[in-house]
Design a protein. Structure first.
Length: 392
């Protein structure tokens, strides 16, 4: 039977854009009214304050003086040294692209608009990513996955993880559909949080080299070049200060580094984590390129230092790519496990364990989807191979 043009899997692009704009507007309004207006802080506050101190007062983003000013303007007083100091620990490349947010005079309004934009970007990127799958998951699946504990916490805090996940998802979609230059350009924005993005970006670069698709590398180089050139123009030579700020951040903020934490616990814990990581990676040796690429996201969370558990909202990308056949059951089980992870919050160290557990579980989810429901259109002998773009 003929499909309706308004079928959920074939919505016209104009309606999709309008829906995303509505999500942005409604989410921004609800966020402002429900949990931002009158609150003491959100994570976006420190980025907004630091960026404005740079742009309007010429302050060094990473100096101790700027950190003290951020504290005074957010909390009205200096914070004790044993608390999170709210220093500007992000790379200065975020200042230029997000200039419209820094120009908003009210921090609460800017944060609410950022939260709405983050959700709209995440929804839109996952709608694009689902086009790579056959059959395509229903759009309601995206709504279900986003209604996850870690994603909601990320939005509540006004975090940047959703934006990074969206950049990676769009980069994967664009590369697999033959838009290689666009893929590199958009993927460069994932460097807003390098620890979350460096591994999937490296995998995409390897893919481009092996498949002789230099346009991705050119697009990535142009994106990175523009980001850094603009940041140097606005903030000067900021890299040494940023590295020093990262060291200070690791001292006062909560940082999860599963592989280091396992090493600190002893040889048995490290060997167990290594086995838990290596087993699914070995099982994915002959999996499709999308499955191998999806595995780099939880692998990066395990191998590189991360902040609190809302970083796990990055796992929405591999969850959607694994949503097929029997893999759907595994994704749902991991989704439920994420909600159950909120129960033992009284245990102080649980969030560190939770980061390692959920990332390892996601690796096994990808294996289950790849082994029990392989992608029929992919040749397993051509790993990390995107489909060429077809011409009408």
């Amino acid at each position: 039977m003929r499909r309706s043009v308004l079928s959920p899997s074939r919505l016209p692009q104009g309606w999709v854009v309008l829906a995303l704009l509505a999500i942005w507007a409604v989410t921004s309004a609800l966020a402002y009214r429900a949990w931002i207006h009158g609150a003491d802080h959100r994570d976006f506050y420190a980025r907004w304050t630091g960026a404005r101190l740079l742009l309007f007062e010429g302050r060094d983003l990473y100096s101790e003086g700027t950190t003290r000013l951020i504290q005074m303007r957010i909390f009205g007083a200096l914070l004790p040294p044993d608390q999170d100091q709210w220093g500007f620990a992000y790379p200065a490349i975020i200042v230029g692209p997000l200039l419209p947010f820094w120009l908003i005079n009210d921090v609460e309004v800017a944060t609410a608009i950022w939260v709405g934009f983050s959700l709209a970007a995440l929804v839109g990127s996952l709608l694009l990513l689902r086009q790579l799958m056959s059959p395509r998951p229903h759009p309601a699946v995206i709504a279900l996955l986003i209604a996850w504990s870690y994603t909601l916490l990320m939005l509540f805090q006004g975090q940047f993880t959703g934006f990074v996940a969206a950049a990676i998802a769009i980069g994967i979609w664009a590369h697999w559909t033959g838009r290689h230059g666009l893929a590199g350009l958009v993927a460069s924005l994932a460097l807003f949080k390098p620890a979350l993005s460096v591994l999937p970006l490296a995998a995409l670069c390897l893919l481009a080299i092996r498949e002789r698709r230099p346009s991705f590398l050119f697009g990535l180089a142009i994106g990175v070049g523009v980001l850094f050139s603009l940041s140097f123009l606005l903030a000067g030579w900021w890299i040494p200060g940023w590295i020093e700020a990262l060291g200070a951040y690791s001292e006062y903020a909560k940082v999860s580094w599963p592989i280091r934490d396992a090493w600190d616990l002893g040889p048995l814990a490290f060997a167990f984590l290594a086995a838990v990581v290596l087993a699914p990676l070995m099982a994915l040796r002959r999996a499709s390129g999308l499955d191998q690429l999806a595995a780099t996201i939880p692998l990066g969370i395990i191998l590189l230092p991360q902040t609190l558990i809302w970083e796990l909202s990055m796992l929405l990308v591999p969850f959607l790519l694994a949503w097929r056949g029997r893999g759907r059951v595994a994704v749902l089980a991991a989704w439920v496990l994420g909600w159950l992870g909120l129960l033992p919050t009284a245990v102080r160290e649980w969030w560190e364990i939770e980061t390692a557990v959920m990332s390892a579980v996601t690796l096994f989810v990808i294996v289950i989807a790849a082994r029990l429901s392989p992608r029929a259109e992919d040749d397993p002998t051509h790993r990390l191979r995107p489909k060429p773009q077809t011409t009408p």
